[in-house]
Design a binder for this molecule. Structure first.
Ligand code: SAM
Length: 242
């Protein structure tokens, strides 16, 4: 795993955390606390990212159809059950204008629809002329730094969901955080399957901005196999060479 993609958790400064909390309060948004079980699996996966980069139950494979790479659960791994934490979607957190098509393919808005005061814009976006109408978002971008979750592709039938949660004080050694994006299993992920998440929020801005129609796939469209002749796959069989 490239060292840029072994960042366990989001990279965010204290000032931006405080600003984000203020915005959530203004929007009357309550971020739910991660469950005890989520915190336990989170602590375990963070240790694995720190020690191994890519946890040993996963493998990243090159896919056809210009899809780039994808993340798979290895054939001999245990299933991942609904509700289990896969990992935080990690990357760099910053404030950016919320205009379509500007962000990277690896960026998600953590908190959207912000209007900055003149003073706030001086702090967070000093180069642009002040505009009270301009909308901003607090974005999390894994293009240059992140972890293995950045290789999770898109599907309309995902087996993973993104949840914005609060990491409360705990006895597991996890730094508390008022907002953090966790990838959580939406249904059982079976060995050999690809992990997939739906990129689109309510605004449907991801694929429209890229100007492409996503390839329709589910967890079993591409299947890992260490016995290729015995397994059926709708599309191709990928050799598990690990
Ligand atoms: C967060 S990255 C996922 C990892 C990416 N495949 C890679 O190798 O780095 C998002 C990009 O992957 C590709 N991608 C993911 N899911 C796709 C899909 N269902 N159809 C077409 N392209 C997809 C698109 O290029 C998209 O902008």
């Amino acid at each position: 795993m490239h060292k840029n993609f072994t960042l366990p958790r989001q990279a965010i400064g204290q000032e931006l955390i405080e600003f984000g909390c203020l915005q959530l309060k203004k929007q009357k948004e309550r971020v739910p606390a991660a469950t005890k079980k989520n915190l336990q699996t989170l602590a375990a996966v963070l240790r694995k990212i720190k020690n191994e980069g890519l946890p040993s139950c996963f493998i990243i494979k090159k896919l056809p159809r210009k899809l780039g790479h994808g993340l798979f659960l290895k054939c001999r791994a245990k299933p991942i059950y609904r509700g289990e934490t896969i990992a935080p979607y990690s990357g760099k957190v910053f404030i950016a204008p919320q205009s379509e098509g500007d962000g990277s393919d690896y960026a998600f808005a953590l908190i959207a629809d912000l209007h900055l005061s003149k003073e706030e814009q001086k702090t967070w976006d000093p180069k642009r002329r002040f505009s009270p109408k301009r909308r901003y978002s607090i974005d999390l971008d894994a293009e240059k730094v992140g972890n293995f979750t950045r290789f999770i592709n898109h599907s309309e039938h995902p087996n993973v969901e993104a949840r914005l949660v609060r990491i409360p004080s705990n006895s597991l050694g996890l730094e508390p955080s008022p907002f953090e994006l966790l990838y959580i299993a939406k249904k059982t992920i079976h060995p050999g399957e690809q992990l997939l998440v739906c990129y689109e929020g309510d605004d449907k801005s991801y694929w429209g901005a890229l100007g492409i129609k996503p390839f329709e796939m589910d967890a079993r469209t591409f299947l890992l196999s260490d016995e290729p002749m015995n397994l059926v796959s709708k599309e191709v069989q990928l050799q598990n060479n690990s």
